[in-house]
Design a protein around this ligand. Sequence first.
Ligand SMILES: Nc1cc(N)c2c(=O)[nH][nH]c(=O)c2c1
Length: 373
Amino acid sequence: MTQSFQFSLLATDGAARRGEVSMPRGTIRTPAFMPVGTAGTVKAMYMDQVRDLGADIILGNTYHLMLRPGAERVARLGGLHEFARWPHPILTDSGGFQVMSLAQLRKLSEKGVTFKSHIDGVVHEMSPERSIEIQGLLGSDIQMQLDECVALPAERDVIERSMELSLRWADRCKIAFGDQPGRAMFGIVQGGDDEALRVRSAEALTGLDLKGYAVGGLAVGEPQPVMLAMLDAVCPALPQHKPRYLMGVGTPDDIVKSVQRGIDMFDCVMPTRAGRHGLAYTRHGKINLRNARHAEDSRPLDAESDCPAARDYSRAYLHHLVKAGEALGGMLLTWNNLSYYQSLMQGLRDAIEAGRLADHAAALAEGWARGDL
Ligand SMILES: Nc1cc(N)c2c(=O)[nH][nH]c(=O)c2c1
């Protein structure tokens, strides 16, 4: 077990990469999908289940955890790994993105962000330094810089000023992070939908010699071609031998196309949130179990799956649970969805190693297009 943070590039297939991130708490096989463990829990799942499905790392949301139960309290209780009984790597976001989407009365300045908690209305100030301090108190293995994700569409000068603010905050976060052996701080590439600004952001962050680089400001409603065009510009501008993390992405199709452009790590609430809303992700595409057509369908979601939620329960039963608002419905569909996402990632890792990613991607797309027979 390594005491440092190391990224190894094991194979490539075009721009796609098969790698490994080795950390004291474990190894992350890339391309990797990180289930979102918002407030110290991957909703509707036991942590052992999350691990058994193949997750090497989960994501924790700094915004939620700092408000409840509080970073200092989690630290007093032994840190997030002990608190949530997840001994493997944890990546935490900076909190800034959720401040802008969830908090009340947000104010952003050079100093950082000030906001009122959506839970109790208490006013919080989060500077780049405080964000890193909170993530350290949580015991986070991979900590994200505080950044600003500019809302699109926006004028170029607005995007440029926002990207430059995030660069200054990256520098402050690097200083605040200091030297935490075995842990890493990732910078976040911003720049909106402007390729030149994206490249400038990537090159400036590369100059900070960080352990890894995220691509932010995407998966915020832009069309997929815009997101992919930004990846085509950014990935070649990032170091080959450091991990690349695309924040908030995405659908299975988004993930495959982003892996083909050189992204190594992903997080997204889709598989867990969709599961709680009656939606199943399968190799035949999405199945909405709220639809009445499933009311007497005795077939499972996927008889060939090795996940009991996909293999052992009828669609009729799942439809009943979803319509009745039974907790087991969300539990089973979340289990199915995370199983499908992790099997998708394993298939991508295998295909890159074998040099057959293009064929594998085409076969996946054909299965989704064929739909649910
Ligand atoms: N889609 C996104 C999801 C996210 N969690 C983030 C983020 O945490 N920071 N910055 C971002 O730009 C961003 C984008």
